[in-house]
Design a protein. Sequence first.
Length: 141
Amino acid sequence: MKNKERIYGGEISWLESSIMYHEINNNGLQSLDGINSELDKTKYNIDRMINMMQGNKVFLVTDLRSLKNNIPKVSRDYSEKMLNPHLITCAVIMKSSLSRIFGNLLLSFNKKNGITIKLFSDVDAALTWSRAQKEALVSSY
């Protein structure tokens, strides 16, 4: 069963059987209970995601296709610092071929913390890959 939660700025997260889906959508963000800065918005969302994980590591699927603006570096750095200890793999869904090419180039220079990261253009493919990664990990025990 999916534990769905809509978090700040229209972002949606759900967790099902250690696979977490998170859609980032920063189009038209407005203030929420005094949360105004991009970093504060990021902290709010990351805290909600970590709470959903309940101390477990997850296979994260991050959907960036609805992203309208760049995420500030300070927010990206915070997300990486806080989420990486909770991740097993990360599937990133991007809209354009050019974005995926650029993303793959960055990934080749940015192998960190032993987390396998793969880029996709399709949600189903990203979820299928994450489930296969999970099955491979489970069957290795």
